[in-house]
Design a protein around this ligand. Structure first.
Ligand code: PHE
Length: 450
């Protein structure tokens, strides 16, 4: 077992930091959320704005979170508390956001598992029209117990990895699952590009039409960037607390950002040709991948093989992300409440399974359960992506840019002078001025000020 000087588990090789952090970032946010949000906001133009957000905001904030995590070697709450007592609130914001995200994320993860099983058994192959697939999907998510069953199975799978610990569970699963995910995605995207009639989809994704851009497009792109990169929530703080002293934080952040963005774009390449060829509106929302992909696969030879492989991709992507969200809470309960890691993991598992079951029921049997005028399920997504994550991002910039001892920041980023960082000045200016200003706009917009 590797331990650092603080007696805390650390990740092994050089690649591990990148794979583990990319495992968190790459998830349903890229393959399920990105296509429908892009579809809803004009396609190509959204992609351009999204990439700007990722590079100018996402990258510096990820680096800031890595700094906080590795400088303190603590869980999200303990990390901020160790650096400045008054800022532990930022850590609590992250733990709360992780809990609430898991409330809907486990539900969608359960859907992907159920679709994978139905692809494998062939029971998804009996339909021909996209409208039939739409009915199948709606029928399924409204069922009172089936989605909950799959959701709970998914929670238990996550629990199993977490209970194996940081190295044997989180690190080892990322080393197997991430390469598998890239392989599947590349096969599927080559296939999608070669598919007849797919050009309309690719044009939609890659030819920006800025006439569709409104002020809110920018803000939606920002929220999506945060969600997709797993920032503003303490996940990267927690993971970086396991990094080794010689991990190059800049390279890790850059690689994770590039991988995450590449996966989102490839997911678009897989999904939009299918969307256009079955004649579904690209703006049809969260059900997009669950309706278009099964109907496109169905017209092809070996349909259920393709479909199984696609939903396996979603399951794998979801799992490495639920692991990271679960770890934020488990590490917090373990280190701050002094529970054994085993008890901390079970407490997290039980509480998130309960929340996710309620969220699942709010789409069907309990559809009267509403919050802010939307279903409980949608409210969890709204509250986290539009409020808690931007707030977390904003205060992370202010903390690391203005409050944190600059020597700590410099030490972490240069590994105590061992590495040079020529654009340090630019990085610091982004953190101090540019990012907070933009974040503030996002936040005010989400509160409906504009
Ligand atoms: N980034 C993950 C995804 O894209 C979701 C996530 C958000 C994970 C926040 C951890 C923290 O699916």
């Amino acid at each position: 077992m590797h331990h650092n000087a603080h007696g805390r588990a650390t990740l092994g090789g050089k690649l591990s930091a990148v794979l583990v952090a990319a495992g968190s970032s790459v998830g349903l946010g890229n393959i399920w959320r990105f296509p429908y949000v892009a579809g809803d906001n004009g396609g190509g133009a959204f992609l351009v704005i999204y990439i700007c957000c990722v590079l100018l905001l996402g990258l510096p904030i990820m680096l800031a979170e890595f700094t906080v995590g590795r400088a303190s070697h603590r869980n999200a709450v303990g990390a901020y508390r160790a650096l400045d007592r008054r800022w532990s609130l930022l850590g609590y914001n992250g733990v709360l956001a992780a809990f609430l995200i898991l409330g809907f994320y486990f539900v969608v993860s359960g859907w992907t598992a159920e679709y994978m099983v139905h692809s494998l058994t062939g029971s998804l192959a009996h339909f021909t029209e996209a409208t039939q697939y739409k009915a199948v999907f709606e029928n399924f998510i409204q069922n009172p117990w089936r989605p909950i069953l799959y959701t709970c199975l998914f929670v238990l799978a996550t629990h199993a990895v977490i209970s194996l610990g940081v190295q044997k569970g989180i690190e080892r699963s990322a080393k197997v699952l991430m390469p598998l995910l890239f392989l599947i995605l590349i096969v599927l995207s080559v296939h999608a590009v070669l598919m007849p009639g797919g050009e309309a989809g690719l044009r939609f994704l890659f030819r920006p039409d800025f006439s569709k851009v409104t002020a809110s497009t920018v803000l939606v792109a920002l929220g999506q960037a945060f969600f997709s990169l797993s920032i503003g929530i303490g996940t990267m703080v927690t993971y970086a607390s396991y990094f080794k002293a010689d991990t190059n934080l800049r390279h890790t952040a850059l690689n994770v950002t590039i991988l995450d963005t590449a996966v989102a774009i490839l997911a678009g390449v897989v999904i939009f040709p299918a969307v256009f060829s079955v004649g579904i509106e690209p703006s049809s929302g969260p059900s997009l991948v669950f309706i278009t992909l099964p109907s496109i696969f169905n017209g092809m030879p070996w349909s259920m093989v393709w479909s199984s492989v696609f939903f396996l991709l979603l399951v794998v992507a979801a799992l490495t992300s639920t692991i990271s969200l679960h770890e934020v809470i488990t590490a917090y309960l373990h280190e701050e409440w002094h529970l054994t890691r085993r008890k901390a993991a079970w407490a997290t598992t039980a509480a998130t399974a309960l929340l996710a079951s309620v969220a699942s029921l709010s789409l069907g049997a309990w559809n009267g359960l509403e919050l802010f005028g939307m279903s409980f399920f949608d409210a969890l997504d709204f509250l986290t992506a539009n409020i808690l994550l931007p707030a977390g991002g904003l205060f992370t910039c202010i903390f690391v840019g203005w409050k944190l001892d600059q020597q700590v920041l410099r030490n972490e980023i240069t590994n105590r002078g061992a590495l040079s960082f020529r654009i340090y000045g630019l990085f610091r200016a982004l953190l101090r001025y540019f990012c907070p200003a933009v974040m503030l706009l996002v936040f005010l917009d989400n509160l409906g000020v504009f």
